[in-house]
Design a protein around this ligand. Sequence first.
Ligand SMILES: [Zn+2]
Length: 91
Amino acid sequence: MFANVVFYLPANVVEIVAHELEHVLEQVDGVPLQRLARVRGSGVAQVGPEDYETERASDVGRRVSTELDAARRERTDARPAEPAMSLSAVP
Ligand SMILES: [Zn+2]
């Protein structure tokens, strides 16, 4: 018996995972989100009854995504160009 499981991941999955991991670190660090949400310019906003969004998490998500994109471009640029397929080679 086996199961065929397929996950469809959003294109920005790396950014989302990094963003959410930063929220975990905020909790580990004991960041007082509820209090900071009442402070203008703190980078914390209350987005639901018990939900908070932080610039810290958003910044980390974007930064990780940007770094990964740059690393992918570097790898692609360093790879030798593949020869173009000629139409006459296609059966
Ligand atoms: Zn968030």
